[in-house]
Design a protein around this ligand. Structure first.
Ligand code: SF4
Length: 111
């Protein structure tokens, strides 16, 4: 579903049928602990970009709402990722953990 920021995000839920005005982020809702959602968070959220870059079905995202140290009034979504297949933390969710889709040797940097 399209977020209020105009990006496509599978975690966004909006119900505007017959005058309803319900907007939810299912990712923040299911995070541990659940995070409060406001529509302005979608504007700079990295999740749509991560999911466009990496469609791995084994990767689980967890979102936290934080404030930047440079702008304490600006709330942002900070995302951590975990691979359910390898049970390890994924440092770069856009790329993945490398278990299922290793880079070809031509892209490896020799030391
Ligand atoms: S905050 Fe991020 S994850 Fe949640 S609905 Fe908006 S874009 Fe999607």
């Amino acid at each position: 579903m399209k977020t209020p920021a105009g990006t496509e995000c599978p975690h966004f839920y909006g119900d505007y049928h017959r005058g309803r005005d319900t907007e939810e982020c299912r990712l923040l809702q299911s995070s541990i602990p659940p995070q409060p959602y406001t529509t302005d968070l979608c504007e700079k959220c990295p999740v749509p970009g991560i999911l466009r870059a990496n469609a791995c079905t084994d990767m689980r995202l967890n979102g936290h709402v934080t404030r930047s140290i440079f702008d304490l009034f600006q709330r942002r979504v900070y995302v951590t990722a975990r691979c359910e297949k390898t049970s390890q933390r994924v440092d770069k969710p856009e790329i993945g953990c490398g278990e299922c889709h290793p880079l070809p040797p031509i892209f490896e940097v020799k030391k």
